[in-house]
Design a protein around this ligand. Sequence first.
Ligand code: NVA
Length: 366
Amino acid sequence: MAKIVNSWNDWDPLKRVIVGRCDNSMIPPEEPATSEKVPVDSEMRGMWGLRPAKTVERGNECLDNLVKILEDRGVVVDRPTPLQWNQAIGTPDFRNDSMMTCMPPRDILLTIGNEIMASANSFRCRYFEYLAYWPLMKQYFDEDPDFLWTQAPRPRLTDASYKHNYYDEKITLEERLVRTANKDFVTTEVEPMWDAADVMRMGKDLFIQHGLTTNRTAMDWFQRYYPEYRVHAVNFPGDPYPIHIDATFVPLRPGLIINNPHRKLPEEQRAIFEANDWQIVEAADPAHDEPPALCYSSVWLSMNCLVLDPKTVIVEASEVHQQEQMDKLGMNVIPCDLRDAYPFGGGLHCSTADVYREGDCLDYFP
Ligand code: NVA
């Protein structure tokens, strides 16, 4: 029997990966967590329903194109099994009028060594998204005797999980930034809640963004679950919508990270990198002034790249500034047309989830 699952970081040579699918994707109805995350001036405020079929087709075309690039380089690619996301869902604690999508996988699956864990997301519409990955998890389980198939404690997501009226329509950007600086987010601390895309894996160290999608109780939970790792809570005070670390702080190889210049890691949190001779470089500006239509994310998906090995990176094809910077940083750049998949939940890193990267669990911060 083969070893199928192994990944300790985002840069070791990638051999097997999951790429999401846009089929049946919904713009979910408003709920306590999501309404706080849609900017007041966003065209998507108050929208709900199936995403237009043409955009789904085009998003899938982009993802298929990414699959081809990966397969041409010998990477094995697995795909999720989409559900009918337009179904209403219910648990003993809440009801929601629909689910969302199985894009992006990076938010749902966290791979640490031989374990893939389904996350504890705070959006009710994402509560059952893990089901799209269960056929793959069963396959890995059957084929790899060492694979640990895990589900993090499921949050109840009752009304007590959220601060109500946390933002109102009139809140200014400055007020949002004060909230971020004060680490005052929409989720409460009644239970651990986290998105896998808030966790940056670096061997023995996990750097986890505390923000709108991951709370402090989750950090505590991580440290107890993984006592042999060091868990670091990180914050990026310049971000008015702190969701997911991978358009903010992105490692390219051991010793090198690009940081969103509008969301700088605070001085005291930089110390561990500086003490270990890591270089934190400001990411290049995005090539676009606006995200594509019906997109929740910012233009900074420009830096949401997929590292194939410490010398090779896939960057979105239109992000010419980011490509140029990667080149100067000594990376071979593979462009990939993916912008029309952004509305489904993110860029190249978001759209994927690690299954196998060569390499072991190293201590990069001794
Ligand atoms: N909050 C992030 C999403 C990162 C995938 C952004 O829009 O910049």
